[in-house]
Design a protein around this ligand. Structure first.
Ligand SMILES: [Cu+2]
Length: 508
């Protein structure tokens, strides 16, 4: 579908602005100093730790079973909420694998509607990728297998049915997928899952008075929430037992960017980006994370102290105009996420933080002769087109890296950009005064209004003319509205198949 260029700011002078402003004022009311979001204040509750999935291991083969199911959850302290989860009522267990493992996941859909499961950040064959061409109908089981080639990283899994990704993730279908390798084995950093190595799945929700999820899309904001949650609850508290904690932070929200910082502005160390360790730790006092991204951080704690992990207002409102014509993406909001108590007096001293994490992370891909492609993001389109399940937008017929230049052409909307079956280095990010963290190997990059980024992209090479991969904005309302394209990887000179995936009928 071709889209005419529209000036969206004119557009907003119409009907949208009223509702968007209402939504904004609702959040601001919830976040002002006088009042706090629902579920906060009062007694905090212990941070839930997603269980480690119990796989069946046979040598380097590991098989996991996931049931997508509905249930009741205590997201808020005082009322039950109907949610979705894997092997439980809400969210999913943490899967783990080592580089070189042959992984099989048997996913049974016990829900009453079709969904799909995508392995975000994983390099793998298109048929195992779990995008919109891989529906799992109610009652069916889908069992993709692949060999893990990724290096140590915090990946994740979530649904990807076309037009419904946001809603399904919002209901709770999301979990972490941790990859380990020889590098992660060798580092003297916290690795005791649930003790000093903690996943933090950040989301936000809106609730009806009776505790049910408000699933109404706000104009242009979709399922932006007004109530932050960490690992599925509000007002979570973590009692540290060690002086150093590693948090694997995942922004699993539909639309919200977080500006992570601690209540006392203490420095913390960033050690890994989406797709693996940085070459060396980077000390920061705040860290931006956007939908789909992950950062691993180390924070040091003194015995007896209490601090809070929070999200602060964004410098320069992330480049988004703060006026009545622009929807409120939440960049002015500030709120608490997680209270943390330091360890006991007799907790062992933490070792020195390694000065070098992964020297290989310094290597740039060899970009001589790398093809270049350009992607222009505007409102719900990429290169003036919206997603079409039967259109292939990009054909890659070689094994080497490519340079993808991606521009956020909107002057007043943020976007981000995620590529399946790939990792990339951010070569540059210009056109904005906003400082966006871009270190290390990533699979998702944030794009303030006007930003242009050049990415050196390394794809998994699994030539298959019938099974496309997606690239898209990971602000899920944008993706679901059509801000997505398809690329296919084929042998040199190859062409896409006539019929993609199982074909339009989704017969299987
Ligand atoms: Cu977007």
């Amino acid at each position: 579908m071709q889209l005419p260029k529209v000036d969206r700011r004119m557009f907003f002078k119409g009907t949208g602005v009223v509702v968007a402003s209402l939504a904004a004022s609702r959040f601001l009311a919830a976040c002002s100093t006088d009042s706090i979001p629902r579920g906060y204040g009062g007694e905090p509750r212990p941070l839930p730790i997603p269980p480690l999935a119990e796989g069946e291991r046979d040598g380097n083969r590991i098989t996991y079973r996931l049931n997508a199911q509905a249930g009741q959850s205590q997201i808020l302290p005082d009322v039950a909420t109907s949610t979705w989860g894997f092997n439980g009522a809400h969210l999913g267990p943490t899967l783990t694998a080592r580089q070189g493992d042959e992984v099989t996941v048997e996913i049974t859909n016990q829900l009453d509607e079709m969904t799909t499961i995508h392995w975000h950040g994983m390099k793998l064959p298109g048929q195992a990728d779990g995008g919109p061409h891989s529906p799992i109908e109610p009652g069916e089981t889908w069992s993709p297998s692949w060999t893990v080639t990724n290096t140590a990283a915090t990946l994740w899994y979530h649904p990807h049915p076309h037009g419904l990704t946001g809603l399904h993730a919002y209901r709770g279908l999301a979990g972490a997928f941790v990859i380990e390798d020889e590098v992660s084995d060798s580092l003297d950093i916290p690795t005791d899952y649930g003790v000093d190595d903690i996943p933090l799945v950040l989301m936000d929700h809106r609730f009806h008075e009776d505790g049910s999820l408000d699933e109404e899309d706000l104009p242009d904001l979709g399922l932006l929430g007004d109530t932050p949650t960490v690992n599925g609850i509000t007002n979570a508290h973590f009692d540290a037992t060690t002086r150093r904690v590693r948090f694997r932070v995942l922004d699993g929200s539909n639309m919200r960017f977080f500006n992570l910082q601690f209540s006392d502005d203490r420095p913390f160390q960033v050690i890994a980006s989406d797709s693996g360790f940085l070459a060396e730790p980077r000390e920061v006092t705040s860290l931006i994370i956007g939908p789909g991204e992950r950062w691993e951080i180390l924070v040091d704690l003194e015995p007896g102290e209490d601090i809070t992990l929070r999200s602060g207002a964004f410098p320069e409102n992330f480049g988004v105009p703060d006026d009545e014509y622009t929807p409120d993406f939440g960049f002015a909001d500030s709120f608490d996420l997680l209270t943390i108590a330091g360890p006991a007096e007799d907790a062992a001293q933490a070792p020195a933080i390694p000065g070098v994490l992964d020297p290989a992370a310094r290597q740039e891909p060899d970009l001589i002769d790398a093809p270049e492609r350009t992607f222009i993001l505007n409102t719900f389109s990429i290169n003036d087109q919206m997603m079409d399940m039967q259109r292939v937008d990009v054909v890659i017929d070689h094994e080497g890296p490519e340079i993808w230049e991606v521009t956020n052409d909107n002057s007043d909307w943020p976007h981000n950009f995620h590529i399946h079956n790939a990792r990339f280095r951010v070569l540059s990010l210009v056109g904005t005064d906003v400082e966006v963290p871009t270190e290390g190997w990533k699979d998702t990059v944030s794009l303030p209004p006007g930003a242009t980024t050049r990415l050196a992209v390394e794809f998994g090479y699994y030539p298959d003319p019938a099974w496309p991969y997606m690239y898209h904005c990971h602000m899920l309302y944008h993706e679901d509205q059509g801000m997505m394209g398809q690329f296919i990887i084929v042998e040199p000179g190859g062409q896409p198949a006539e019929q993609l995936g199982h074909g339009e009928s989704h017969a299987h």
